[in-house]
Design a protein around this ligand. Structure first.
Ligand SMILES: Nc1nc2c(ncn2[C@@H]2O[C@H](COP(=O)(O)OP(=O)(O)OP(=O)(O)O)[C@@H](O)[C@H]2O)c(=O)[nH]1
Ligand SMILES: [Mg+2]
Length: 451
């Protein structure tokens, strides 16, 4: 702000100053975009920024009267930058999805929004968007657990999976005894557990801790990570593993994962509804539990003082189901129902904690178009797009989405197989944002009150 304006404000009567100073209200609103890996965080944030930068042309106005301008600001020092320019280039010009990202990254957007009254001047504020891997948020439950409790819970979870690889690991743990000590045992058990959770992750299970075993980022090969859940009988390893576990909780979960969550006002939770339908009842249930852990930060019964200290700053949570373009437009009402079913209980719990919630089905980048076609005498809704598997344009009938998640007995994953599409080939003018489904509604629900 120019110095002379500040000086002239200082000489105004106090009641006028309080009015005028709100005009220049500055401040940064922090928004975390979270979700398990591949849920669509990077594409969602890229599209959100792109819609905001091109807002005047492409979004239906958020509030009838709102006019605002958005600028991408220089990145913060000492944090990883969310690389909007590379991502948007890949999506618009190379028809490529961005590679997976395995760490927290930030970006700053400055908004100037027009006020109702010309004498008031415009409101300027900054939004910090943070791409935050949901896998790291799952670790927050470790804050509440001793090494022994975490081990017990993890082993019980593995047992309940009824998975042959999990079974092998459990047998390995059972075979340990007081003499199983030394770095060879330490590493072998850790590596076996790490491969197991990596495999379970690939098979779409969600509740995996610690997050850094599957997304190590800068901690790959850090000796602090050499631990694994074990039972009390194998006491030879307990003391070393316990020390490392406690160091991990202290330095990584508290020191890094939690640190980035300070001062959050809003959170977007991306949910891959299509993926959960495709992977069957057990993965669906596990994803629901995973989402619960991700949001345990706001649990009003939370006893952990660190979490209690963080939660009051959160005011709004928006649940978003991405990739709506994988199904025909006629299926979007059912899609929204499934999202609601997945997060309904969480929304009620957040409501009790006085946190506003919304849900929205979107496609951050609309990669298909819905077309009507006759098939065996029936008019069906097909999706037309370029398939990832062969790079060719296809018309596909993805079937009807159910209005509810099937029950355990009636759920057959084979009924739900959705294809992946590539970003569409089109030429974008300077004024064109990514084509989307419902990103304008996201802007309204997430930011509408600020504009
Ligand atoms: N059809 C369609 N596919 C999408 C959309 N957004 C994301 N995808 C698909 O989902 C994949 C993952 O998207 P990302 O944005 O990279 O997901 P992420 O959550 O950042 O993943 P990680 O960085 O691995 O945690 C992409 O490679 C696409 O295949 C969308 O709007 N439409
Ligand atoms: Mg990503």
């Amino acid at each position: 702000m120019p110095k002379n304006i500040l000086d002239s404000i200082r000489t105004l009567p106090s009641e006028v100053v309080s009015q005028v100073s709100s005009v220049f209200s500055e401040g940064t609103i922090k928004i975390a975009i979270t979700g398990l890996s591949r849920s669509g965080k990077t594409v969602f944030i890229t599209s959100l920024i792109d819609q905001l930068l091109h807002q005047n042309r492409l979004l239906s106005v958020t509030h009838a009267h709102a006019t605002f301008k958005t600028t991408l600001k220089a990145p913060l020092h000492n944090v990883r930058r969310f690389d909007y320019y590379s991502f948007i280039d890949q999506l618009k010009n190379e028809q490529k999805w961005p590679q997976g990202t395995d760490a927290i990254s930030h970006t700053l957007l400055e908004f100037e929004s027009k006020s109702y009254f010309s004498f008031m001047g415009n409101k300027v504020f900054t939004i910090e968007l943070i791409d935050y891997p949901g896998e790291w948020l799952l670790d927050l439950k470790m804050l509440e657990l001793s090494f022994e409790d975490w081990s017990l819970q993890s082993l019980a979870w593995l047992k309940a999976l009824n998975h042959p690889e999990a079974e092998k690991y459990l047998q390995m743990v059972a075979s340990l005894n007081a003499k199983s000590v030394g770095s060879v045992y330490e590493k072998e058990l850790h590596e076996t557990y790490k491969s197991l959770v990596t495999r379970l992750k690939a098979e779409h299970y969600s509740q995996i801790t610690p997050g850094r075993f599957i997304m190590p980022a800068d901690l790959a090969n850090d000796p602090m990570l050499v631990f694994a859940p074990i039972g009390g009988a194998s006491s030879g390893l307990v003391s070393v593993y316990k020390k490392r576990y406690e160091k991990y909780v202290d330095e990584v979960v508290k020191g890094i994962h939690l640190e980035h969550f300070k001062g959050f006002e809003r959170q977007v939770v991306l949910v891959d509804v299509v993926e959960s339908l495709e992977n069957g009842y057990d993965c669906y249930k596990d994803m629901r539990e995973g989402l619960k852990s991700i949001l345990s930060l706001y649990d009003h019964n939370q006893k952990n003082f660190l979490l209690q200290w963080l939660s009051p700053s959160i005011k709004k949570v928006l649940f978003v189901a991405t990739k709506a373009d994988q199904v025909a437009a006629s299926q979007h009402a059912n899609f929204a129902n499934l999202l609601e079913e997945m997060v309904g209980e969480l929304r009620r719990e957040l409501d009790i904690s006085h946190i506003e919630t919304h849900s929205q089905v979107v496609s951050a980048l609309k990669s298909t178009t819905t077309i009507e076609k006759k098939y065996e005498g029936r008019l069906l809704s097909f999706v037309r797009g370029v398939l990832e598997e062969d790079g060719q344009l296809h018309d596909l009938y993805p079937g009807e989405m159910p209005a509810h998640f099937p029950s355990k007995t009636s759920w057959s994953s084979a009924d739900y197989a959705y294809k992946s599409f590539l970003p569409p080939k089109r030429s974008y003018g300077a004024q064109d944002a990514l084509e989307h489904i419902n990103m304008d509604k996201v802007v309204e629900k997430l930011l509408g009150d600020l504009l």
